[in-house]
Design a protein around this ligand. Structure first.
Ligand code: PMP
Length: 400
């Protein structure tokens, strides 16, 4: 009965790793996947995460019962504080409902389905370009996806005028997806002043902000600085949604820990919204996993562990920033034609190199370097040892 099923293409991002794994070259380099690697090219488990896990294992009172539909209550409370700020009036006034979801992706999906069921405007505007999963997640959640201009290939920076024009002509009430920081794939973020203009425009048109916060603390090394965009919108008293992921900033990728917060106008509304979120979640996966959320709650509740986390987080962010400088210098040394300053200007895990798909294919063929076809490279996958190899490849690709 399944003979008619045609083979689906690999996921454009995860498929890069599939191809990389098949490559037998000793010099192969995977810059496709968005996961942190150490200077030695190894995955990293934060020592504070090990410590939290140890304390969980040592606690004999811990059991493996189901969590409630909305997850671990303490995790939810601490997650809302982390993104909104501990002294946020919205939290104090009990206007924020937070539900534990399956990492960032699951939080986006649950938020999307809630909006499709209960919000009057079904259109969501997402940036052009954006993380490749966004249009699929929101379409399957029941929303209609449109794009707003975001990136200017000419300047390799923000197309701020285009962004304002497109949001300015969006229908009143439309949902707008915003990357809280470290825009993926471009690494280009609005300045604080530009965020303020975006906020004013969106509030004046009753556009509903849906923040995707996948990199808090990972971009600048500061949890507060990377939450600033979200906090500006929360502070004005209006509604917004925020999807949080602990994949990158705690290195909990495979534990699938995230949260969806919906900031409402009143605590009464927040309670009703939460009751409907349960109806979205229950038939989808019943309730979320326990282990990862327990790790996060253990770290966020303990002052010492929290401080240690911020130090380890900053070290990851700093290593990525250092890779940007090393790659930039390596291209300068080689006299590679073109302006490569965007490598040090862009923010977060990725550099949007500006390399085209033929150049990307050439680098894969000749240098065994793997990246997505849009020329996005994960700086976290680089090390001092591999920077020269990448710089040689880029140089060869652009002077071919
Ligand atoms: N949003 C963005 C912008 C991302 O880059 C990612 C991870 N690549 C996610 C959401 C979701 O990640 P996860 O589901 O692993 O938390």
């Amino acid at each position: 009965v399944f003979n008619h099923v045609v083979r689906a293409p690999e996921d454009p991002i995860l498929g890069v790793t599939v191809a990389y794994n098949k490559d037998t070259s000793p010099n192969k380099l995977n810059l496709g996947v968005g996961a942190y690697r150490t200077e030695e090219g190894k995955p990293l488990v934060l020592s504070v995460v090990r410590q939290a896990e140890q304390s969980l294992v040592n606690d004999p009172s811990r059991v493996k019962e189901y969590l409630p539909i909305i997850g671990l209550a303490e995790f939810n409370k601490l997650s809302a504080k982390l993104i909104c700020g501990a002294d946020s009036p919205a939290i104090q006034e009990n206007r924020v409902t937070t539900v534990q979801c399956l990492s960032g992706t699951g939080s986006l999906r649950v938020g999307g389905e809630f909006l499709a069921r209960h919000y009057h405007e079904r259109t969501i505007y997402i940036p052009q370009p954006t993380w490749g999963n966004h249009p699929k997640v929101f379409t399957l959640a029941g929303l209609s996806v449109k794009y707003y201009r975001y990136y200017d290939p000419g300047t390799r920076g923000l197309d701020f005028q285009g962004l304002l024009e497109d949001l300015g002509s969006a229908p009143s009430g439309a949902v707008v997806l915003l990357h809280a920081c470290a825009h993926n794939p471009t690494g280009v973020d609005p300045t604080v002043e530009q965020w303020e203009q975006i906020r004013q425009l969106m509030r004046s048109k009753q556009l509903l902000p849906f923040f995707d916060s996948a990199y808090q603390g990972f971009a600048s090394g500061s949890l507060d600085a990377d939450a600033q965009s979200v906090r500006m919108f929360v502070a004005d008293g209006g509604e917004c949604l925020v999807a949080q992921s602990y994949a990158k900033n705690m290195g909990l990728y495979g534990e699938r820990v995230g949260a969806l917060s919906i900031v409402c106008k009143t605590s009464d509304v927040a309670g009703k919204v939460e009751s409907q979120l349960k109806l979205v979640i229950r038939p989808m996966y019943s309730n979320p996993p326990l282990h990862g959320a327990s790790i996060v709650a253990t770290i966020l509740r303990d002052k010492d562990m929290y401080n240690e986390w911020t130090i380890e987080l900053k070290a990851m962010a700093d290593r990525i920033i250092s890779m940007r400088h090393q790659l930039f210098e390596a291209l300068k040394t080689r006299g590679t034609p073109g302006d490569w300053s965007h490598i040090i200007k862009q923010i977060g895990m990725f550099t949007f190199t500006g390399l085209n798909s033929e150049q990307v294919a050439f680098m894969r063929q000749e240098y065994h370097i793997y990246m997505t076809s849009d020329g996005r490279i994960s700086m976290a996958g680089l090390s001092s040892r591999t920077v020269p190899h990448l710089a040689d490849a880029i140089h060869a690709a652009v002077t071919r």
